[in-house]
Design a protein around this ligand. Structure first.
Ligand SMILES: Cc1cc2nc3c(=O)[nH]c(=O)nc-3n(C[C@H](O)[C@H](O)[C@H](O)COP(=O)(O)OP(=O)(O)OC[C@H]3O[C@@H](n4cnc5c(N)ncnc54)[C@H](O)[C@@H]3O)c2cc1C
Length: 414
């Protein structure tokens, strides 16, 4: 089949690789230039290949309690899109809905991890990675609050251990002894890996198999008359394809709107800081998540990356100094002296393309020839390989290797 993919983020690249590996003729269109696309992919990821526990945006209890407990902050002005998103998000905050969505993401995350390992092994890809992930609990209250989430993990068959502070410090020996720690959840099978390096390697693999990547191509919204024909927003002759896969993150909603599809996707802004390791003995071995501040600290080769904050509203351009300060505070609390702040420090703000109930949308759009792989929110890297495999199977008319209940577009029209 002649297939077009819109968007060359991690989701577009993994999808391109799966499809070209099956012998399809694949063309990827990306509106950014080649270099800025690479920079963007590097920017905000903490590198965690771990989906659940990062689904802070749809959560238990009343929405207000959730706002406080999960540190999702509002930033004015809020657009009508943001307000609509929040109203749907509030509905998804019911405990049973939240737990069901967490379980769906967990399922996809497991599948994704298996697929990542298969692809890595088959193509002999080598990128920065490390095993194990600690969720740090500063107080007894946090230990109690995390229990419903652990129940979902248990049910889903996730491997984890509740450990005391001493054991946590053995797992991550550089943890600051002066910061109080009530305990931790240790996830030995979770991993940290360099999303940018993986995406670059897989793009090269896809190109070697014949996939074409076109940068600086801003695709116009799809047309109802010919949904599988693409033209540039600036005007161009339409190119015709047998299928179009929408992997354009946040922009997907605008691109799909003329087809009558309403995708309630909103940007949830986050910040990250990346700095060179100063003293390896003081740096994390793999990754931690500070449950109180919802800040992740991970080791990516010779750098430490700190990522966190979740804000709806405002704009991408304005960094939030308080959010960045929190990242430095948490880094200092747990790994003082790990990094050098004199040079080579990068600070970014980026948006998570988030659907109000949490999981992404995978599969048929309801419009013949148009397929969806979007809305991965906080977990695009963690869910990428599985999502791409699912979409490739569906496009090829095969049963995917994972249960897709609750991951289709039909749920969004409810
Ligand atoms: C602070 C922060 C930390 C994070 N940490 C993690 C983590 O540790 N683990 C994890 O799994 N996830 C993490 N994420 C989430 C992850 O970054 C996203 O889920 C992921 O980037 C989404 O990938 P995507 O390919 O769907 O979207 P994008 O990366 O946004 O890619 C979409 C692409 O489509 C292109 N595009 C848009 N419109 C058009 C058009 N009209 N024509 C052509 N191209 C177009 C865009 O330019 C873009 O390159 C984090 C996010 C943030 C903000």
């Amino acid at each position: 089949m002649k297939i077009a993919i819109v968007g060359a983020g991690i989701i577009g690249v993994t999808t391109a690789w799966e499809l070209v590996s099956e012998g399809h003729e694949v063309t990827v269109f990306e509106r950014r230039g080649r270099r800025s696309q690479l920079r963007q992919r590097r920017r905000c990821r903490a590198g965690l290949r771990h989906a659940v526990g990062r689904t802070r945006h749809a959560c238990q209890g009343a929405a207000l309690a959730a706002l406080l407990a999960w540190r999702l902050k509002l930033r004015w002005p809020l657009s009508s899109r943001d307000l609509g998103w929040m109203s749907r998000w509030q509905k998804a905050c019911k405990l049973e809905t939240y737990l069901a969505n967490r379980a769906r993401m967990q399922r996809l995350a497991f599948y994704s991890r298996t697929r990542l390992h298969e692809v890595t092994e088959a193509r002999e890809l080598s990128y920065e990675r490390s095993d194990g992930y600690l969720v740090l609990l500063r107080s007894k209250r946090e230990k109690k609050l995390i229990q419903p989430g652990l129940e979902v993990r248990r049910t889903a068959g996730s491997v984890f251990r509740e450990v005391d502070a001493d054991e946590a410090r053995q797992i991550e020996p550089a943890l600051n002894a002066d910061t109080s720690l009530a305990g931790a959840i240790y996830l030995p099978e979770e991993e940290v890996a360099n999303c940018r390096q993986f995406a670059l390697l897989l793009k090269w693999e896809a190109e070697a198999l014949g996939a074409q990547f076109h940068f600086n191509c801003d695709i116009a919204p799809l047309s109802r008359a010919a949904p599988t024909s693409l033209a540039l927003a600036s005007g161009s002759d339409a190119l015709h394809f047998d299928a179009v896969i929408m992997c354009a993150g946040l922009a997907s909603a605008t691109l799909l709107r003329p087809l009558g599809l309403r995708i309630p996707i909103a940007p949830i802004y986050g910040h990250s800081v990346s700095a060179p390791v100063r003293e390896p003995l003081n740096a994390p071995r793999s990754a931690i998540m500070d449950e109180r501040y919802k800040v992740a600290i991970s080791r990516l080769g010779q750098r430490v990356r700190v990522a966190g904050s979740a804000k709806i509203g405002g704009s991408l351009d304005a960094m939030n100094p308080a959010a960045v300060q929190t990242l430095y505070k948490v880094l200092h609390d747990w790994f003082p002296g790990a990094v050098t702040l004199q040079s080579g420090v990068q600070q970014w703000k980026d948006a998570r393309p988030m659907l109000p109930d949490g999981p992404p949308v995978l599969g048929a759009s309801g419009i013949p020839g148009v397929w969806l792989n979007l809305g991965h929110g906080s977990s695009g890297w963690a869910l990428s390989c599985g999502s791409a495999r699912v979409v490739a199977d569906l496009v090829g008319g095969r049963d995917p290797g994972v249960d897709l209940e609750g991951l289709g577009v039909e749920r969004l029209s409810l």
